[in-house]
Design a protein around this ligand. Structure first.
Ligand SMILES: [Zn+2]
Length: 191
């Protein structure tokens, strides 16, 4: 089966200024300090009146009510929706006219990339759990023996790449949900 990277443009929302993350520190190496999970609800500033069904932030995917209903009604799996909070709107935008917005957290698990991806562990810190992998120079291939069958999922070590099933792609296209494109996962390259 072919899988695809879900590519979403950043359009009408951005993180509200109060967005905070837990901080992970390493007892052995200060260079390993990094952000962990976001704290609290997703809080958004609406920057444009041109609403798209999908919109991206540096981490989360944001969906309109309509898009979430489509994904749920079609029985797609691998995500959990959480209501997002609108913190501020740009001048001229009527808050009442905006659809409800949802953060989608990807829960589907594709396990480790397929061995043919050629991805290996480059570095692992036992003290803080940081793992660095080699780049996906031959694409991010899904190993069917690890994949849990979800319609949206990530692979171990590559949470920034949200992968989707052909059924997910077909659903988005059939319902004309806006602001997505799809790249075959074998064509993913570093960067
Ligand atoms: Zn460390």
């Amino acid at each position: 089966m072919n899988f695809f990277r879900l590519q979403v443009g950043s359009t009408f929302v951005k993180w509200g200024s109060g967005t905070r993350f837990a901080q992970i520190r390493c007892p052995d190496n200060p260079d390993h300090a990094r952000s962990g999970d976001r704290m609290g609800k997703l809080s958004l500033d609406v920057t444009s009146s041109i609403i798209t069904d999908f919109s991206d932030t540096p981490i989360e995917i944001v969906l309109t009510d309509r898009a979430l209903s489509v994904l749920c009604n079609e029985g797609l799996t691998g995500f959990e929706p959480y209501p997002a909070e609108i913190r501020a709107v740009a001048p001229g935008i009527d808050l009442e006219s905006l659809p409800r917005l949802w953060e989608v957290r990807v829960r589907g698990d594709g396990g480790r990339p397929h061995p043919d991806s050629g991805i290996t562990v480059r570095y692992k810190c036992e003290a803080c759990g940081l793992v660095r992998y080699t780049e996906p120079s031959r694409g991010l291939l899904v190993d069917p023996t690890h994949y849990d069958g979800s319609d949206i999922f990530t692979l171990t070590g590559f949470p920034g790449y949200k992968l989707v099933s052909p059924r997910f792609v077909e659903t988005v296209l059939r319902h004309n949900l806006t602001n997505t494109s799809f790249l075959e996962s074998s064509k993913i390259r570093p960067g």
